[in-house]
Design a binder for this molecule. Structure first.
Ligand code: IVH
Length: 707
C-alpha cells in the first residue's frame, strides 16, 4: 500500500517541452477549478507539475510568468472576494520515507520534537470558506487563486454540514471541503440525466460544477466537512478569536463540531492525534484500508502539527504551510484509452459489454478491463471506441468506466459495435430489458452452467471435467445438470475414453452429490444475482426448497441482505427454474438444509419478525447454544492446520454451521476476524476498529464440534 519511491515526473528536455507542459497544466487547471472537468487525471497532473517544478529548479532564468508552479490552484481561478487570510494548498509526499524526512525536517526547523500531530483524511472536493456573523451563515467563498475567491453564497442552504445558524451567536470563518457523497452524486446524476441527458464525470467534478452553477433549474445537495476555523475579522480579540489562536488544531475541530458544523470527527475516518511517525503510519494504513468503503472520496491523509506554538514557529512557505503535509494515496481514477468492447455471455444468458482498456495502474493494481453495464448505458454516456475515458477502481471493487473525456477527442473515435445476435450461440437477443439476454437463457451457456453446478462450492462432483460434459451434451444425454442424476451405467460407459473404473467413480461422485445441503443445491441452480453467501442465507432462512418456492417477494425480503429488487428478480428466476428443480426432486436430490427447522407454513414471515438476521427460522433456541451465535465472522489470509484444506466457501459454511454469520468485509459490526498468514488490509481495519482477531488454530478449537 505504501509506495516506496517518489513517483516519476514528466521529463522536460528543453524550453519548448517546458513551455508546452506549462500550457497543458494551465489549461487543465482552468478546467479543474472551473467546471471541474479536467483534461488530465490527478496523477497525470501531479507528474506534469513535478516535471515543471524540476525544470524550473534547474533553469530558474527560464521560468514563465504564467507557470502554475508556486501558485495556489496553479493560478487558475480568480474571484473578487478577498480572503481574510490566504487560502493555501498543501505540499505532497508519496511514500513513508518521504513522510519521515518531512517530519525530521520540521523538527530540525523547530529545534525540538513536534509536540503532537493531527492525522486526518484529505477530502477529495473543493476548499471553501464559510463566514458566520453573529452565528448566521452569511457568505460562501471558493478558494480561487488563494488570495481572492468567488462568491458562491447562492449555495447556502444546499450544503449538508454547514448549518444556517451556529449553536452560539459567534462571528467566525470556517474553512473546509465541499464534496458529494456517493448518494448525493447518484441523485445529482439522475437529476442532470433527466434534465439534459448527460451525467457528471465523478463526484468531485459534480461538486465543483454544482457549487459554481448559479442558475441550474435543479438543485443538487452537497456535503461540507470543516478542517479549520479562523478569527473573523483576523485581528478580532473576542474570547473565541483568542481561543482559535491558542488551541491545538484537534481542539479547534471539537469546537467547530460543538458549534454544529460537520467535521470528519463524526465519520469512520475521524482525525486522531499521534505523537510518533509510527503512529502516523499506522493511521495512514487504517485510513487507506477503509477508503474504498467510505461514502465520500479521500485522496490522501493530511498530517498537521497540532499545537498552535509549533504551527506559528514553523510558519508558511510561498504557497503552503510548513506545518502540514498531504500524504497522497494511490489514484483510484485515471484517464486511459478505450481500445475495444467485448460482449460476453454469462451463465444465465445475460449479454454484458466489457471495456478493454490501455493498461493503467489504479489503487495499486493493473487494470485492463472494466465493466460497462449494458448497451443503454453505453449510449447514455455517448462512449466511443478510441475515447479517452475516466476509469475508477478502489479496493476490491470491480473497475468501472465512468465517462468519456469528451474534450480529448481527436475525431478518430468510432461508434461501438453492438451485437445483433448472441455472441455465444448466434441466436436471437432479447432486448426488451436494459440488460440484454440470449433468448435461450441458460441453455445458451449449458456447458458453463453444468460446470458451475458441479463446481467445488456447489455440488462438488469431483471427476466431472468440461470435456466430459461436452461429450454428454453431444451424445444427447444431458440438457441441464439435473440430467446428470439420471445417467445410467451403460450410458456413461458408452462414452469415449470411459472405462469401468472411471464410470463407477463418476457415478459414485454424482450419487454423493445428491446429498449436498440445500444451500449448495440452491447455489448450483445459478440464480441470477444469487451467489454462495446469499444461497446459504436463503437456505438457512427457509430450511427447505418447498418453503423457498412458496415465498413471495415480501417473504424473501426477510432474508438478510435481500433488497426488494433482488427479491423480485429471485421470484422471476425461481419461476423459470421450477422445471429444473422438479427434475432434481424427482431424481432424489436433497432439498433440505441440515440443522434448520423449517418454518410452519403460513407463518414464515411472522416467525422471522423483521428478518434482520434470519436466525428465527434456524430455531432461535438452538442457535443461542452455538459457539458463534449472534457473531459476524470474517476470514482473511491463508488458513493453516486443521483448516488448511478448506476453501473460503467451506470456511463460510463452517461459520454458519456453528451459528455465526460469515461476511467478506470488516466493519464496525464484525465480531471476530480469523486472520491467517499474509492477512493484509482486513487485519489492519479490524485492529483499527478494535475487532477481536484470532488465529486459524484458535478458531479451529472454537468450532471443533462442527469441523
Ligand atoms: S488543511 C493551510 N485539511 O486539500 C492548510 N486541507 O491540497 C490548508 N483538503 O486546499 C488545508 N482535506 O482543499 C486541509 N483535512 C484537510 C483537508 C484539506 C482536504 C484540501 C483543501 C486544500 C487541499 C490542499
Amino acid at each position: 500500500m505504501f509506495m516506496t519511491d517518489a513517483p516519476p515526473h514528466t521529463e522536460l528536455l528543453d524550453h519548448a517541452a517546458y513551455a508546452e507542459a506549462v500550457q497543458i497544466a494551465v489549461d487543465a487547471n482552468a478546467a479543474y477549478y472551473g467546471d471541474g472537468e479536467s483534461t488530465l487525471d490527478d496523477d497525470a497532473y501531479d507528474r506534469l507539475f513535478r516535471g515543471i517544478q524540476a525544470y524550473e529548479n534547474e533553469h530558474p532564468d527560464e521560468v514563465l510568468p504564467h507557470s502554475p508552479a508556486g501558485k495556489v490552484a496553479g493560478g487558475a481561478v480568480t474571484g473578487d472576494v478577498p480572503h481574510t487570510v490566504p487560502m493555501l494548498s498543501l505540499d505532497n509526499v508519496f511514500s513513508a520515507e518521504a513522510l519521515t524526512r518531512w517530519v525530521a525536517g520540521l523538527e530540525r526547523r523547530l529545534g525540538r520534537p513536534v509536540a503532537a500531530f493531527s492525522v486526518e483524511p484529505k477530502l477529495d472536493g473543493l476548499a471553501i470558506s464559510a463566514r458566520y456573523h453573529g452565528g448566521r451563515l452569511v457568505q460562501l467563498v471558493t478558494r480561487g487563486n488563494g488570495t481572492e475567491g468567488e462568491d458562491v453564497s447562492h449555495g447556502i442552504g444546499t450544503v449538508v454540514g454547514l448549518p444556517l445558524t451556529l449553536a452560539e451567536p459567534v462571528t467566525v470563518e470556517i474553512r473546509g471541503e465541499v464534496l458529494m457523497t456517493a448518494e448525493q452524486f447518484e441523485a445529482a446524476c439522475a437529476k442532470r440525466q433527466a434534465h439534459d441527458g448527460t451525467t457528471f464525470a465523478n463526484p468531485r467534478s459534480a461538486a465543483a460544477g454544482t457549487l459554481r452553477a448559479k442558475d441550474r433549474p435543479y438543485v443538487c445537495e452537497l456535503t461540507f466537512f470543516g478542517y479549520s476555523a479562523l478569527p473573523l475579522p483576523p485581528g478580532d480579540d473576542s474570547e473565541l478569536a483568542t481561543r482559535l489562536r491558542e488551541l491545538p488544531h484537534s481542539e479547534i475541530m471539537e469546537l467547530v463540531a460543538a458549534l454544529g458544523v460537520a467535521t470528519t470527527g463524526s465519520t469512520p475516518v475521524a482525525g486522531i492525534v499521534a505523537t510518533t511517525v509510527e503512529e502516523i503510519q499506522r493511521r495512514i494504513g487504517e485510513l487507506a484500508a477503509v477508503r474504498a468503503e467510505l461514502p465520500f472520496g479521500i485522496d490522501g491523509i493530511v498530517i498537521k502539527a497540532d499545537s498552535a506554538a509549533d504551527q506559528a514557529e514553523a510558519g508558511f512557505g510561498s504557497r503552503v504551510p510548513r506545518w502540514a503535509i498531504a500524504y497522497k494515496l494511490p489514484a483510484t481514477e485515471k484517464i486511459t484509452k478505450l481500445i475495444g468492447v467485448e460482449w460476453n455471455v454469462g451463465r444465465t444468458g445475460i449479454i454484458a459489454p466489457r471495456a478493454e482498456l490501455e493498461e493503467v495502474e489504479l489503487d495499486g493494481s493493473k487494470v485492463r478491463y472494466a465493466t460497462l453495464h449494458n448497451a443503454a448505458d453505453i449510449t447514455r454516456r455517448g462512449l466511443m471506441l478510441g475515447d479517452s475515458v475516466m476509469v475508477h477502481k478502489a479496493g476490491d471493487v470491480i473497475p468501472r468506466v465512468e465517462a468519456p473525456v469528451v474534450h480529448l477527442r481527436t475525431g478518430d473515435e468510432k461508434p461501438i459495435p453492438v451485437p445483433d445476435v448472441c455472441p455465444n450461440c448466434q441466436g436471437e437477443i432479447d432486448k426488451s430489458q436494459e440488460r440484454w439476454r440470449c433468448v435461450r437463457g441458460r441453455a445458451c451457456k449449458i456447458i458453463t452452467s453444468i460446470l458451475y453446478a458441479a463446481g467445488r462450492d456447489q455440488l462438488d462432483i469431483e471427476t466431472l471435467a468440461e470435456s466430459r460434459i461436452v461429450q454428454m451434451i453431444e451424445a444427447g444425454l444431458v440438457a441441464d445438470f439435473a440430467d446428470l442424476f439420471t445417467l445410467t451405467h451403460e450410458q456413461v460407459l458408452a462414452l469415449d475414453r470411459m472405462g469401468e473404473t472411471s464410470t463407477g467413480k463418476l457415478l459414485a461422485a454424482i450419487e454423493q452429490a445428491k446429498a449436498r445441503p440445500l444451500s449448495r443445491v440452491f447455489c448450483a441452480l445459478g440464480v441470477r444475482g444469487t451467489g454462495r453467501a446469499m444461497s446459504r442465507r436463503i437456505a438457512r432462512h427457509f430450511g427447505t426448497m418447498d418453503a423457498i418456492l412458496a415465498a413471495d417477494a415480501e417473504a424473501l425480503q426477510a432474508v438478510e441482505g435481500m433488497a426488494s429488487k433482488k427479491a423480485a428478480l429471485l421470484v422471476t428466476e425461481l419461476a423459470e427454474l421450477r422445471p429444473l428443480i422438479g427434475k432434481l426432486v424427482a431424481a432424489g436430490v436433497n432439498m433440505t438444509e441440515p440443522g434448520v427447522t423449517p418454518p410452519v407454513p403460513g407463518q414464515a414471515g411472522a416467525a422471522d419478525g423483521e428478518g434482520a438476521d434470519g436466525e428465527a427460522a434456524d430455531g432461535a433456541a438452538v442457535a443461542a447454544e452455538l459457539p458463534l451465535s449472534g457473531k459476524s465472522v470474517v476470514v482473511t489470509g491463508s488458513m493453516t492446520g486443521k483448516l488448511g484444506e478448506l476453501s473460503r466457501n467451506e470456511m463460510n459454511e463452517l461459520i454458519e454451521r456453528a451459528g455465526g454469520r460469515s461476511s467478506s468485509s470488516v466493519s464496525a459490526r464484525t465480531s471476530l476476524l480469523v486472520a491467517g498468514e499474509k492477512a493484509g488490509s482486513k487485519r489492519a481495519k479490524a485492529e483499527s476498529l478494535g475487532v477481536e482477531i484470532i488465529t486459524p488454530d484458535e478458531f479451529a478449537s472454537l468450532v471443533a464440534a462442527f469441523l
